[in-house]
Design a protein around this ligand. Structure first.
Ligand code: P1T
Length: 393
């Protein structure tokens, strides 16, 4: 099979905003349509058995998906992009690269669904997982054994907005020839490119900032390694968790404004974080852009800005009070997910991280009273007023 996800040379030299709009997409060859058509088909007509235009069956290849995969690869400065039906579908594909007995070290603060697929699905098939706090890269060296095959990190982490030093971790994994996977969902490729910092594989929940409009569920993997890309493309087809062409179209459309949206997400989130940090009823604010964040210097070095996610705790640590605040919001909507244009508020303990046992959550510093915000791109004065009235009501 022809391997079709190679980035075109011209996008190598483009800046981010130009790539977001142009990489991977071409005017439709039959009509000149500037927007990539939604190839809503399950199969392709062949002239003679095996004589076709490079497309046989839509689980295996689809032109709308090809365009998106090439676009996302370009945004991460990678050669190969492979899309899946969800972020967890992409995680599933990566975990299928390993065999029973292989050991995987994951950072201990991570999305609850990632923890769940590791512990409740792949551990049953014989993969071994260790969850280690990787704030300090030395903790990784101590955890590695001869069977360690992969290190999985999220940075910034969900929901505590801690950072992992990708360059420092990559120095260790490269020396020991262990695959390093970075879940770059919270930063988006606009703020951070892990492949440039030494990671082998980047994963996105495309559902979030890449899609950007809370209307699609999708995942993506980007890598420079041809063998890994071939194996992941094989799994994409053989296991079948592919995104539909309509969803690929929506994400191609969403990505065209990624750079503009991210600028506003960052601007608004910093103002929201400062407001919360100054509020007398707030005891703790997690945002890498605050000078008080313990890894602010690393954030400045590793990221181009600090993102749209903020989490906080109220003084007194009362769960009923935290719930009251979440019920009081008028502009922030209470719900799971993040990265859309509209502001969302989430209660990690009962929603996104409910699948992690309470004892483990608390060991990692995730309290039941933590409130997570996905700061949208509305007028920030309205967001701050909404927070003020919800906290003070
Ligand atoms: O939801 P899905 O597209 O399958 O992506 C899973 C996923 C992977 N990685 C990170 C860092 C994530 O945050 C997620 C999904 N997270 C949420 C739904 C959430 O509200 O945190």
């Amino acid at each position: 099979m022809k391997f079709r996800h190679v980035k075109s040379n011209s996008t190598n030299t483009m800046k981010f905003g130009t790539k977001a709009i142009h990489a991977g997409v071409h005017p439709d060859p039959t009509t000149g349509a500037i927007m990539t058509p939604i190839y809503q088909t399950s199969t392709y007509v062949q002239e003679s058995p095996g004589k076709h235009k490079g497309y046989e069956y839509a689980r295996t290849q689809n032109p709308t998906r090809d365009a998106l995969q090439a676009n996302l690869a370009a945004l991460e400065n990678g050669r190969f992009g492979i899309c899946y039906a969800s972020g967890l579908g992409a995680t599933d594909a990566i975990l299928k690269l390993f065999k029973p007995g292989d050991e995987i070290i994951a950072s201990s603060d991570l999305y609850g669904g990632t923890y769940r697929i590791m512990v409740r699905v792949f551990q049953e098939f014989g993969l071994k997982f260790k969850f280690v706090s990787l704030d300090d890269p030395a903790a990784l060296e101590a955890a590695i054994t001869a069977n360690t095959k992969m290190v999985w990190i999220e940075t910034p982490t969900n929901p505590l907005l801690r950072l992992v030093d990708i360059t420092a971790i990559a120095a260790i994994t490269q020396q020991k020839q262990i695959m390093l996977v970075v879940d770059n969902t919270f930063a988006s490729p606009y703020l951070q490119n892990p492949l440039d910092l030494g990671a082998d594989v980047v994963l996105h929940s495309v559902t979030k900032y890449l899609g950007g409009h809370s209307d699609t569920v999708m995942g993506a993997i980007i890598t420079n390694d041809e063998d890994t890309a071939k194996r992941l493309t094989f799994i994409q087809n053989a296991c079948g968790a592919v995104p539909g062409p309509q969803d690929c179209f929506l994400v191609l459309r969403g990505v065209k404004t990624l750079h503009i949206r991210m600028q506003r997400h960052c601007e608004n989130a910093l103002k929201v974080a400062r407001f919360l940090a100054d509020h007398p009823k707030v005891s703790q604010v997690n945002y890498p852009g605050l000078e008080t964040h313990p890894q602010h210097e690393l954030a400045k070095r590793q990221m181009r800005d600090f993102g749209g996610m903020v989490s906080f705790e109220l003084l007194g640590d009362s769960l009923p009070e935290a719930i009251k605040v979440m019920e009081n919001f008028n502009v922030f909507s209470l719900g799971e997910s993040l990265g859309g244009v509209e502001s969302l508020c989430t209660h990690p303990a009962s929603m996104t991280h409910a699948s992690i046992p309470k004892e483990d959550r608390e060991k990692n510093g995730l309290k039941d009273t933590l409130i997570r915000l996905s700061v949208g791109i509305e007028d920030v004065d309205d967001l701050i007023e909404d927070l003020r009235q919800a906290i003070e009501a």
